[in-house]
Design a protein around this ligand. Sequence first.
Ligand SMILES: [Zn+2]
Length: 110
Amino acid sequence: MNERPAPLSAAHLARLRRDLARQGMSVNERLTNLLAGMNGRLLDMKMPHERKPGLRPEEKLRRYLDQIIRAQRRLGTETWGVCVTCGAQLAQAQLDDAPWQEECDRCLAE
Ligand SMILES: [Zn+2]
């Protein structure tokens, strides 16, 4: 269950880094626009699981951006891809889709 996956190839890591950077820029741009009063168009953005419903849109974007930045720091280390809550290994397919994900489905559902 908690088996370490095989190390990612350099190309795979590079692609994940690129995805994280792109998503970070996108979220940052939305946050900037929102704070500038230009309507960040949140509705078309798929947000990660929200632990605290009722947060203001700018707070949601800040949290999302923080999550992306944490993933950028962890990518390539042993802690990336491991659930921060329970320590379970996340599925690579999920991580490829959302490299900023930091909790497993079970913990997210709680
Ligand atoms: Zn978990």
